[in-house]
Design a protein around this ligand. Structure first.
Ligand SMILES: [Zn+2]
Length: 254
């Protein structure tokens, strides 16, 4: 072997070693990538499996709690009432649209001994006298008689800030205590119960004028809050006793 030959040999060996090293390096890198891919795959399988397990376990557990439809009772018929709509006028029947009923406001007339008819006629007279702004959708008399003065799709002037979204009921009284007679009370319970169903209201949507303005109206039921609570309880019990399971239609015209 001459000098040139041994140089070539050495060069050849060096290249071979370099190639081998490069191959090894490549193999190492491929191995790392493969390992990473496998680990990733395992992780995906595990997470998906866990989710599937939870999903099916949840599915198995749920059918027991069947969806029970809420049975809601409503009073289908209002108490008997006389419709005597006021003439449209700026003092008692503005004719403005009441878009959505969100409550019922109970009032008292503060005028012992007057009848439902007299109170209705007083509201009608305001159109001429212009004495004040006042009215109510319904007036209940001492004998339990009921007059409608304003259609339920229009606002009344009775409840200040809540005129826009409530129905007003005026209750006549026989004396200064402001306590409703039994007949007035019974008509009020029936009317409020019917309105709750008609407008999809809760018992706490039945409020006193007092609850809006702190005015002592209806007097007796402001002075004796327990009597007001009792009145609301009587409405609930009335619905329980005489209500029918809700049918999606409501049909009264006024
Ligand atoms: Zn009032």
């Amino acid at each position: 072997m001459n000098e040139t030959e041994s140089k070539e040999q050495a060069e050849y060996e060096r290249r071979r070693a370099a190639r081998r090293a490069a191959r090894a390096k490549r193999r190492k890198r491929e191995m790392r990538i493969r390992t990473a891919l496998i680990l990733f795959g395992v992780a995906v399988v595990m997470i998906t499996g866990w989710q599937a397990f939870r999903f099916f376990r949840g599915k198995k557990a749920k059918p027991v709690a069947k969806e029970v439809p809420v049975v809601r009772k409503i009073i289908a018929e209002p108490p008997e009432y006389d419709v005597q709509l006021l003439t449209v006028n700026e003092y008692s029947r503005p004719g403005s649209v009441l878009e959505r009923v969100r409550g019922v406001v109970v009032h008292y007339t503060a005028n012992p001994g007057t009848t439902a008819q007299q109170n209705r006629d007083y509201f009608e007279g305001l159109g001429q006298s212009g004495e004040t702004y006042a009215s109510s959708h319904f007036v209940i008399g001492i004998e339990g008689e009921l007059i409608q003065c304003i259609p339920c799709q229009e606002i009344a002037y009775a409840s200040n800030d809540r005129n826009e979204d409530t129905i007003a009921i005026e209750c006549c009284i026989s004396d200064e205590t402001g306590k409703f007679s039994e007949a007035t009370y019974n008509t009020l319970i029936h009317l409020a119960a019917w309105l709750m169903g008609r407008y999809d209201l809760e018992i706490d949507d039945i409020i006193r004028h007092y609850d809006i303005t702190q005015k002592a109206c209806p007097k007796y039921y402001v002075e004796y809050p327990s009597k007001w609570e009792e009145l609301k309880k009587d409405i609930r019990e009335y619905i329980d006793a005489y209500g029918i399971v809700e049918d999606s239609t409501t049909d009264a015209e006024t």
